[in-house]
Ligand binder design. Sequence first.
Ligand SMILES: [Zn+2]
Length: 92
Amino acid sequence: MKKKQRQPEVTLCHCGDHAFAPLTRGFITLVDPEDSDLLATHCWEARVEPNGMVYAVRAVSGGLMNTVVYLHRVIAARMRLKPSQQAPERRH
Ligand SMILES: [Zn+2]
């Protein structure tokens, strides 16, 4: 039986500073608009850690094991690659 596929779904916030996408379990995740492509290209699910923190993750199958990719780590890795820039002011 084939599992029903979720489709990536990303929405830009009206404030212009955020993009968000639904996760599983009724959670959503918020990112900067410039990172919205990550939400548009993959479905992310909510992962609740034993300490109660909720992360957006996706499983990448490779070989014998599935790897869990954390959305915030992907974004953090991107930020390290960017040239230094002024921190945008955040108002919401
Ligand atoms: Zn917003």
